[in-house]
Design a protein around this ligand. Structure first.
Ligand SMILES: Nc1ncnc2c1ncn2[C@@H]1O[C@H](COP(=O)(O)OP(=O)(O)O)[C@@H](O)[C@H]1O
Ligand SMILES: [Mg+2]
Length: 232
């Protein structure tokens, strides 16, 4: 297994109250697959994906990614792991406002070991003609395309997407999903995507349903629906 999560637990303590956010989560993903984590708001999806991506830590349990035991890494090793191997895409793009599209991508490629070519990646997301624009001069969908280019330019082992279409309308969402599917094919990138939209699960190889910090269902799809045929 490329991604293996076992018995993952996480609690947050605020004042006197302890909230158990992950109660022993297990999941798997093979190399080159698309996985979807489906669940309502507050069920622990982001916490799970942040631990997999090394931006949060679990209390117990194990995460391994392509043979790297993430849960055993020290802080500086975790930073390297994140920088070298993980691409992140968030709901609200998180682009740097005073840098152009091209510069937003070069910020990442400049610190990557074997980055892809900026223009090649911009072309793949259909944004090469907007390379010299600033984020504020782009629509939401275009900004998300740039954030995908920024995540992909480092040629990550694993692309983690936290509600990537959460702020977009239906037509634009479908285009972004189409693009993620295309990147999965073209670059062979393994993708793990969070959503609360059931329709999106049709494009995944594996679907994990989360309720209150637990996986309540795992579905393995025999046929994958092309993103352009997804409706909601
Ligand atoms: N840093 C934090 N401190 C305290 N509670 C948190 C923190 N992060 C998340 N939580 C709580 O953990 C639960 C799960 O959050 P999250 O993983 O963001 O859920 P989801 O992504 O499914 O909406 C929520 O109840 C949230 O309030
Ligand atoms: Mg979330």
């Amino acid at each position: 297994m490329f991604l293996r999560v076992e018995g993952l637990k996480k609690s947050y303590k605020t004042m006197e109250v302890t909230t158990e956010v992950l109660k022993g989560v297990g999941m798997n993903l093979d190399k080159g697959e698309i996985g979807v984590i489906l669940g309502p708001s507050g069920s622990g999806k982001s916490t799970l994906v942040n631990i997999i991506g090394g931006i949060d830590r679990s209390d117990s349990g194990k995460v391994s990614v392509d043979g790297i035991e993430v849960t055993g890494l020290k802080d500086n090793q975790l930073t390297d792991y994140r920088r070298e191997h993980i691409g992140f895409i968030f709901q609200f793009y998180n682009l740097i406002p005073n840098l152009t599209v091209g510069e937003n991508i070069e910020v990442v490629s400049n610190i990557s070991k074997s980055p892809l070519d900026t223009d090649e990646v911009l072309k793949a997301v259909g944004m090469l003609d907007k390379k010299y624009r600033f984020p504020r001069e782009l629509s939401g969908g275009e900004q998300q395309r740039v954030s995908i280019a920024r995540a992909v330019v480092k040629n990550p082992k694993l692309l983690l997407c936290d509600e990537p279409t959460g702020a977009l309308d239906f037509v634009t969402s479908r285009e972004i999903l189409k693009l993620l599917q295309q990147i999965n094919k073209e670059f062979g990138t393994t993708i793990l995507m969070i959503t609360h939209n059931t329709a999106i699960s049709g494009m995944a190889n594996r679907v994990y349903k989360v309720r209150s910090g637990e996986i309540v269902d795992e579905v393995i799809n025999k046929t994958i629906i092309p993103a352009e045929r997804i409706e909601w």
